[in-house]
Design a protein. Structure first.
Length: 337
């Protein structure tokens, strides 16, 4: 079964990662690209071997070969474009964050359920083989009782990294938190197999170049009792971009694995296990993105719930808003279940 994908929003992220991934994924045909300007859509289509380019989203939704719409527009438009796609009978794979508000997330979920289409959210870090193996080792008891967890994902740019809509909080919702911070937060949820129940955080703007937050420092309390620490943003040169779990039976270090391309290494040091696995650094083919595309295809083929469904995206927006509120109030904030 070949599944046709269309994309709305052909910006930098789509060009560097999801575009190549959709083009290379098995059983996938990259059918259509849409942007506000037809030249932008055509340029993207030519680069990634996309069959057709559209300047009208409504026209693209009429394309009978489009089965899935990948929504990669600015954050405040995710809800609108998701609901339009659902009403046209298209499955939706939405870039993170799912939306800015919880109400918009609820509307997106309702629209997809009403129209009997799948809704998935792009958290590709779950598909890095180091993180998949870490999840397995936690679940089978190899790590033992986890005492401390931490994850970091930072860039080293001192200014000018976020421009245009990404530096407008009314459009993006936040800066470092949604730009980079959501990845290590979601990754901890995945490997610990537990939800965040309380957060205490600082969202800092430390230079005059941005109106949105440039760094996020968050302490997360999980329902299973584990505390996790997340550091993410723009101001950490030579960042480790790592995930570390300190367990009673083993320590797991995913070195340089948090982020976008497939890269880094997995190091496990424990009572009964010692292992090291290395990955390309960087891999020109974004294999973890290919994994997330193929996984979404499988959920359509097998008519099952996506690995990262809409309610997961809604939970992440609740965590996001709690972190922002914690930073504003200077205290811990509980997250509603």
């Amino acid at each position: 079964m070949t599944i046709g994908w269309g994309i709305i929003g052909t910006g930098n992220h789509a060009n560097r990662f999801m575009g190549p991934a959709i083009s290379k994924a098995a059983n996938t045909k990259f059918v259509a690209a849409c942007d506000l300007g037809i030249e932008l859509a055509k340029e993207f289509a030519d680069k990634h071997g996309v069959a057709r380019a559209y300047a009208s989203f409504e026209k693209m939704l009429e394309d009978p070969e489009v089965d899935v719409v990948y929504v990669a527009t600015p954050n405040n438009l995710h809800a609108q474009h998701t609901m339009q796609a659902a009403e046209a009978g298209k499955h939706v794979f939405c870039e993170k964050p799912m939306a800015i508000t919880e109400d918009d997330c609820e509307l997106m979920i309702q629209a997809c359920e009403k129209n009997k289409v799948k809704l998935g959210i792009d958290f590709q870090n779950r598909y890095h083989p180091a993180h998949v193996e870490t999840h397995r080792l936690v679940q089978n008891g190899t790590v033992g009782q986890i005492k401390v967890a931490k994850a970091q994902y930072c860039h080293g740019f001192l200014h000018g990294h976020w421009k245009g809509w990404r530096n407008d909080p009314s459009v993006t919702g936040a800066g470092a938190l949604v730009g980079t911070g959501l990845h290590p937060i979601d990754l901890l949820r995945f490997v610990l197999n537990s939800e965040v129940e309380e957060v205490q955080a600082v969202c800092a703007t430390q230079t005059p170049y941005h109106t949105v937050d440039e760094m996020v420092y968050a302490i997360l309390k999980f329902q299973n009792g584990v505390y996790g620490v997340v550091i993410s943003g723009l101001l950490a040169p030579r960042s480790d971009d790592d995930l570390v779990l300190y367990g009673s039976k083993a320590k797991i270090t995913c070195k340089g694995t948090v982020g976008m391309p497939l890269r880094g290494e997995l190091l496990v040091e424990g009572d009964s296990i010692n292992m090291r696995m290395a990955f390309p650094t960087p891999d020109p083919i974004p294999a973890n993105y290919i994994g997330v595309v193929e996984a979404f295809n499988r959920c359509i083929e097998e008519n099952k719930e996506p690995d990262i469904p809409g309610y997961n995206g809604l939970r992440m927006v609740r965590i996001t808003n709690a972190i922002l509120e914690s930073s504003r109030q200077g205290k811990a904030i509980k997250i509603p279940r």
